[in-house]
Design a protein around this ligand. Structure first.
Ligand code: GLY
Length: 369
């Protein structure tokens, strides 16, 4: 069943998140945005193009002024300004002007990069998110964060740019490879951890159906997860305050992601980062020990890692400090008071970070014990 969740920006209706189970309703949604008289460019990567590129282009062809498609190679290593430049060149060549629109068809890399291109091309044109991974449906397509990596630093260059629509076809989740699917789950778990213990319990109760990818359960899960994110981003769209709570697990997570040269998926690093943040919270006497172990162990049935090998904890510490979550030289850490209640904390020391990284570090010695 198609459901929609309106998202406000500065207290005014800004865009709808549409939850549905096919691409059939996409054109109708675009028509409501007056796309009949616009040029549309689908921006996607090579993997998603093979799966859905033609199908989506065919939905637009003949209905709008022009339907074009730009495909770049799959992978985080293409989330760069060079790829953005290539998209600009394509748009110029195809005669795209300020009233035309981009459609980001793909996962987080495609959504972030297309959004950033839309934010900057001709000082800003409209764009629509059509997320095709669980991670992008649960997190990156919502809230208007766009950007690219720079010199290996995640999302170092970017802009806030709200999409005109987020269209989620949940049927795409059925064919997502396991690792990619479960990676997205980390962001969903994160939403329960920061804001909603009842949702967190619901995830545990529905673990079997989620792992079996029951589409109706996935739809309910995403609607509830997106409602949490919606409330946070509506209150603080440009991360002046509480939106930072959504960064739970991302400070140490991003450092591991960079250290491993993006060999681990983003959600896998977020799971590791959440375990580390929960550990710091416990050691600071904010979180009960039982809740720390409960949080750590809950990632396991969802195939997410709770330890990582081949890292140098002191290098992870260094990378953590160079992440963009620094404010006046202090690290802005997100910690947990309990399941469902996260807080911003600026008092985390280097020793506490090191201890947390050692806690999630699975070393050779552990293997022989
Ligand atoms: N992914 C965190 C945020 O959108 O703020």
């Amino acid at each position: 069943m198609t459901e929609r969740l309106p998202v406000l920006y500065n207290k005014k209706p800004c865009y709808d998140i549409v939850f549905t189970q096919s691409f059939d309703g996409l054109w109708e949604e675009l028509q409501a945005l007056e796309c009949g008289s616009r040029k549309l460019c689908v921006v996607t990567d090579s993997r998603v193009d093979e799966l859905y590129g033609e199908a989506v282009l065919n939905l637009l062809d003949g209905k709008c002024l022009k339907a074009a498609k730009y495909v770049f190679p799959e992978g985080e290593k293409y989330k760069t300004l060079d790829t953005v430049k290539d998209v600009y060149r394509f748009l110029i060549q195809e005669g795209f002007d300020r009233k035309d629109m981009l459609i980001a068809l793909g996962g987080g890399v495609v959504g972030d990069l297309t959004g950033y291109t839309a934010a900057t091309y001709l000082r800003g044109i409209d764009f629509v998110q059509v997320p095709t991974t669980l991670l992008s449906q649960a997190d990156s397509s919502i809230g208007g964060k766009t950007g690219v990596d720079f010199d290996g630093y995640k999302n170092m260059v970017g802009a806030f740019k709200m999409p005109r629509l987020v269209y989620m076809n949940l049927a795409v989740l059925a064919t997502l490879e396991d690792r990619q699917f479960f990676s997205g789950f980390a962001e969903i778990m994160k939403h329960g951890l920061i804001r909603d213990s009842i949702f967190y319990e619901w995830l545990i109760e529905n673990m079997y159906e989620i792992c079996e990818r029951d589409l109706n359960v996935l739809q309910e899960m995403l609607q509830r997860s997106c409602s949490i994110k919606k409330l946070v981003v509506e209150k603080d769209p440009t991360e002046q305050g509480d939106r930072a709570l959504l960064n739970l697990g991302h400070t140490i997570g991003h450092a591991i992601e960079k250290y491993k040269d993006f060999e681990l998926y983003h959600g896998e690093c977020v799971a590791l980062g959440c375990v580390a943040a929960a550990y710091i919270s416990w050691k600071k006497d904010m979180l009960a020990m039982e809740e720390y172990y409960e949080i750590r162990d809950m990632f396991v049935p969802f195939n997410l890692p709770i330890s990582v090998d081949d890292i140098d904890p002191s290098e992870i510490l260094k990378l953590t400090k160079s992440d963009k979550k620094m404010e006046a030289g202090n690290l802005k850490f997100i910690l947990l008071k309990k399941i469902g209640k996260a807080v911003i904390d600026r008092s985390v020391t280097e020793d506490e970070i090191l201890a947390a990284v050692r806690e999630i570090y699975f070393s050779e010695e552990d293997a022989h014990e």
